[in-house]
Ligand binder design. Structure first.
Ligand SMILES: O=C(O)CCC(=O)C(=O)O
Length: 349
């Protein structure tokens, strides 16, 4: 059976160590507990995996080869039937509205919608050192001819004190990881109009469209991801350099998937999560040890172990948690982490 996995693993070697170091230095978010989301960073396209520091104003990095071609194609296929005209967040009340600044089509994919989505979400968490619980649902965008997203910030500043507005103010987006799902023949660059190149001469990849010549520009390339931070390292103040735009597509079609990641866990906290003892390490039934010994933790994992934030009935016997010594707050917080889904090898073990 798939035993719970240890927290951090450094199998990824120097590349992973580099990402981790970079993240610690640059994140500026609340510390997150170690969770099984933090496995070695396995790039989708290992032969192309390298990290390019594009700019430190804003802190922006291209993670080359982040997705495999198959992963990128899979996300495009999943999203395509549900695409609708994209909306922007209304600064007055924090809800979505149509606006000519954003002319793409888009859709959201639920967290862990399938194995591929879940794997990509874990990879984003590992690369950013921000757990899946801090991320919004992945948003997939399609830009066709002339479609664009004019310059904007990902930190949403609302004027009115609605529930949505208050949540965005109290728990702003700290980072954005933008995955390019297609190559684009011309246009579609992501630009930071006020950004500063780390090493402009070495990093320019002309030709750029007129829009792409403003500030720092990243060309979409299938499988690459652009990671940038919208907040300063204090985790509070907006980085004015993070103003960015998706330039109009001139030839071809651009698909991208955006993960917006917040300072703290984002979204609805369920009634279950807010109960005291949510993470308690216990069996709810006296027969749990026998059921576990008979293989029910893998045969019937959601009931026995739980999955995500759903708590299982035999957490202790299925070893998805540890019995904590009194006052060991770190241990208790680790027990509150989402329960990872079993992978195919676990399920057949
Ligand atoms: O598509 C792009 O290049 C930019 C997308 C973007 O700005 C966003 O999703 O916030």
């Amino acid at each position: 059976m798939g035993a719970p996995r240890p927290g951090l693993s450094w199998r990824g070697g120097p590349l992973l160590a580099f990402v981790a170091g970079l993240s610690c230095l640059l994140l500026g978010a609340q510390p997150a507990t170690a969770t099984p989301e933090y496995q070695a960073l396995e790039y989708g396209n290992k032969s192309r995996a390298w990290i390019e520091v594009v700019s430190l104003h804003p802190r922006a990095f291209v993670l080359h080869g982040f997705l495999s071609d198959e992963e990128a194609d899979h996300i495009v296929q999943m999203a395509t039937p549900n695409l609708e005209r994209s909306r922007v967040v209304d600064s007055k009340n924090g809800t979505g509205k149509l606006d000519p600044v954003r002319t793409s089509s888009g859709t959201f994919l639920a967290k862990g919608a399938d194995e591929v989505v879940a794997r990509i979400e874990r990879r984003v968490a590992t690369a950013t050192h921000l757990p899946v619980s801090h991320a919004e649902n992945l948003q997939v965008l399609r830009y066709e001819l002339d479609q664009e997203y004019k310059a904007h910030y990902d930190v949403i500043e609302t004027e009115e004190k609605t529930a949505v507005g208050l949540q965005q103010t109290a728990n702003p987006r700290v980072a954005t990881l933008l995955m390019y799902l297609t190559d684009v023949e011309e246009g579609g660059e992501t630009t930071f109009p006020g950004g500063k190149w780390l090493n402009k001469e070495a990093q320019l990849q002309p030709p750029y469209t007129e829009c792409g010549q403003k500030g720092v520009a990243v060309k979409p390339r299938k499988g690459d991801a652009l990671l940038f931070f919208s907040l300063h390292v204090n985790g509070k103040k907006k980085d004015a350099y993070s103003l960015h735009a998706g330039c109009p597509v001139v030839r071809g079609t651009k698909f991208s998937a955006t993960s917006w990641i917040h300072v703290a866990p984002f979204g609805t906290v369920t009634a279950q999560q807010s109960q005291p003892g949510f993470g308690a390490c216990r069996d709810n039934n006296d027969e749990c040890p026998q059921w576990a010994a008979a293989g029910e933790c893998t045969r019937n994992p959601v009931f026995m172990r739980g999955q995500g934030i759903v708590r299982g009935h035999c957490r202790l016997s299925c070893k998805v948690c540890r019995v904590c010594a009194a006052g060991d707050v770190l241990c208790e917080r680790e027990n509150e982490r989402p329960v990872p889904a079993l992978d195919a090898n676990d399920a057949t073990a």
